[in-house]
Design a protein around this ligand. Structure first.
Ligand code: DUC
Ligand code: ZN
Ligand code: ZN
Ligand code: ZN
Length: 466
């Protein structure tokens, strides 16, 4: 089946270009000057709309076990919500639990996802420990499983944590096999001291989550990760969920030095603040508990993060989608903020929230598309199959209506969450139509996809390295 998307403006690496896009089966067959495509095919009118590559959310946690519970979106509910929001690929994190065989952890994540996804999906691998066996497994995952990125934690001692020696060994391995090391950069040992001291003082409510994770300890860990990667002969390093100015300055300095150091931020750090949490009544501040934490509006973080997106010191926007319901999940931390499961759900809202940055004059259309689709594809070995509108690429296409409006609310979202961290936010734009591998799965708010249509994407090595 062929479909000609007519009258729209294609946004890509070279800017905004009026063009018609021909889809043939699951892929893009051709891009034509307006009105010059074939006339004997079904058409989809995109007049007045932006035609962009489907969003790629390179950081999600469907069903993540955390603090005695599980992230509340399954691969079914979470990828369906992603589709509604214009995201047609997710890269989730398979987890090796400490002491477990890496490949067994991966198999467990395939079992959760396979046959349940509405959009295409891939995995990074979280290493729950670095030893001879897991180092060997890294090679096997890169060569046989299409997994070319590994996440380590400088936070969460006793759970996912790796010490500096383990980190260095994993970085040396990645340097040799071409993988990217993704880092949760917070000094978890120091954070745990602050947490215990706060609890001993009787400071138990949700705001103390953020107050015991100061940005100095994100900056310190970011610096340390960058230095360790240098010692590992410029192992590619990608800092996840960067939230604060001084951590960003560390990344910018490394990039100025020509290093393979990259970072993502997330919509919550661009829009939400510690004060949102402070202003919430009772225990409701728990809705905004995530790590890295939200930062204060009285500091320069949000301004600097937007600037980092413009300068490419922040290359990617992902969500770190890790939803927990307030009732019975966030509530596990009543009386002890350290027991609140960490995470904010947002997989459905990333494309819209970043488009609001375009409306607000903080991002160009081109940077919008780069940060939500093109760069994640290149960074994580999915390009040019994903992340661009050009012949031969998968027909993952979103028609975005700059004259539409989106209001975010728990009443209308599709994520499996009983609240929204962005309740009442309004965006001056709207996802109109979502096409995944040639199939229209969302149009005018109606859903036409189904669980199981999403395919696993084995990934190649990053094509973003210098
Ligand atoms: N941060 C979160 O907020 N949730 C899951 C794990 C993480 O690092
Ligand atoms: Zn993390
Ligand atoms: Zn308090
Ligand atoms: Zn995460």
């Amino acid at each position: 089946m062929t479909l000609l998307i007519t009258g729209g403006t294609v946004i890509g690496p070279t800017g905004a270009t009026p063009a018609d896009v021909l889809v043939d089966g699951e892929t893009i067959a051709a891009v034509y000057a307006p009105g010059t495509g074939p006339s004997d095919t079904e058409t989809l009118d995109a007049t007045g709309k932006y035609v962009i590559p489907g969003g790629i959310d390179a950081h999600t946690h469907m069903e993540l076990p955390f603090g005695g519970t599980f992230a509340s979106d399954t691969f079914d509910t979470g990828t369906r919500a992603a589709a509604f929001g214009g995201t047609t690929t997710i890269i989730d994190f398979a987890v090796q639990r400490t002491g477990e065989v890496v490949q067994d952890g991966l198999a467990a994540w395939h079992a959760k996802a396979d046959g349940n996804c509405h959009v295409d999906y891939a995995f990074h691998m979280i290493l729950g420990g670095v030893d001879d066996d897991s180092l060997k497994a890294m090679d096997q995952l890169v060569s046989d499983e299409g997994i070319t990125s590994f996440k380590l934690f400088m936070a969460y001692p006793g759970v996912f944590y790796s010490d500096d020696g383990q980190i260095l060994r994993a970085m040396q391995k990645a340097r040799d096999n071409g993988a990217v090391i993704m880092m949760h950069a917070e000094n978890g040992i120091a954070i745990d001291v602050l947490v215990q001291q706060a609890l001993a003082r009787g400071e138990t409510d949700p705001i103390h989550h953020g107050l015991t994770r100061p940005e100095a300890l994100e900056a310190e860990a970011t610096h340390r990760a960058i230095m360790l990667a240098e010692v590992a002969q410029d192992c590619p390093l990608y800092i996840v969920h960067l939230s604060a100015s001084r951590a960003l300055a560390e990344v910018a300095a490394a990039r100025d030095a020509g290093r393979n150091v990259f970072a993502e931020t997330c919509p919550q750090y661009l829009y939400l603040t510690l004060e949102d949490q402070l202003g919430a009544p009772g225990f409701e501040g728990a809705k905004w508990v995530c790590s890295t934490p939200l930062r204060s509006k009285h500091e320069s973080h949000q301004r600097d993060l937007w600037q980092g997106l413009r300068s490419n010191d922040l290359a990617v926007v992902s969500t770190d989608h890790c939803p927990f319901c307030f009732k019975d999940q966030k509530e596990l931390g009543v009386g002890d903020f350290s027991k609140i499961p960490n995470g904010i759900g947002g997989v459905e809202h990333r494309v819209d929230l970043l488009y609001q940055g375009v409306v607000d004059g903080k991002l160009s259309l081109q940077r919008w598309v780069e940060t939500i689709a093109t760069t994640p594809a290149r960074m994580f070995g999915l390009y040019p199959r994903k992340g661009v509108i050009q012949p031969g690429s998968d027909a993952d296409i979103v028609l975005y209506d700059p004259n539409g409006r989106t209001r975010i609310s728990v009443e209308t979202h599709h994520m499996n969450m009983d609240h929204s961290a962005y309740e009442g936010y309004e965006i001056a734009g709207k996802v109109d139509t979502v096409i995944s591998r040639g199939e229209v799965i969302v149009s005018e708010g109606a859903y036409h996809g189904r669980a199981g249509r999403g395919k696993y994407l084995p990934r190649g090595l990053s094509t973003y390295l210098v």
